[in-house]
Ligand binder design. Sequence first.
Ligand SMILES: C[S@@+](CC[C@H](N)C(=O)[O-])C[C@H]1O[C@@H](n2cnc3c(N)ncnc32)[C@H](O)[C@@H]1O
Length: 244
Amino acid sequence: MDVDYDRIAVGYDAHRRSVNPYMAPIIELARRCAAQSILEVGAGTGNCTAALLAAHPARVTALDRSAGMLRQAREKRLHIRLTQGDATALPFKSGVFDFLLAVYVIHHVPALDRLMSESYRVLERGCAVFVTASHSFIVHHPMNRYFPSFSAVDCARFPHEDAVAEAMRRAGFMDVACTIVHGQPRPVDAAYAEQVAAKFISTYELIPRREFSEGLARLRRDVEKDGVLDFTITLESVIIHGRR
Ligand SMILES: C[S@@+](CC[C@H](N)C(=O)[O-])C[C@H]1O[C@@H](n2cnc3c(N)ncnc32)[C@H](O)[C@@H]1O
């Protein structure tokens, strides 16, 4: 089962605007390869697109397969081209971009080799960057204690970072490397519990309904009792990048 982004687009945009640790390294890579023509694959509601554009002005195309997510992106009135399409059959000629990014998209694309060969094809030169969750982050995520299938759900759909790097190499990318980045530790309080309630990460869409409501009720009870729980949550992302 995959996530219905058309249905969740409005909530997604409202809950996923927080500061993240991966934009600065992406911007640095875009600068390093003097990117002028950028493609963001699975751009969603355009949050990363906006951050990249503000720091590194360029011609930007944002592609997503969800019309609902693109509608939210359009409301931001960015000076970019928005295109509905699929990451495994990019509706562009070969060699028209010099930077490509895809942030938290590859877990929705089972045909990893196809995604990589399409990414390679549309680049003339430059760099491709894929941001995803590391398996160690998933396995050690503190919400496993409230939602017992959290780790199984995400390990099954997020490819391991080594597999992503190998797929990039098979497609022809050179100098492929992985970088781990961390966000700020977040307290687990009532505000956090309400983000879980709003299913701010798609994992919660995929956890069985009963398990989700029981886990959420327990989380709410705990934060109501203690205010702030005695552990924090630190986002860990892995950035896999390579050169064309
Ligand atoms: C977790 S969201 C990430 C959105 C955005 N990159 C961000 O970081 O906020 C995943 C996005 O990938 C899109 N997506 C999933 N599979 C796709 C595919 N095969 N082709 C294009 N977009 C896809 C979804 O519609 C959704 O907008």
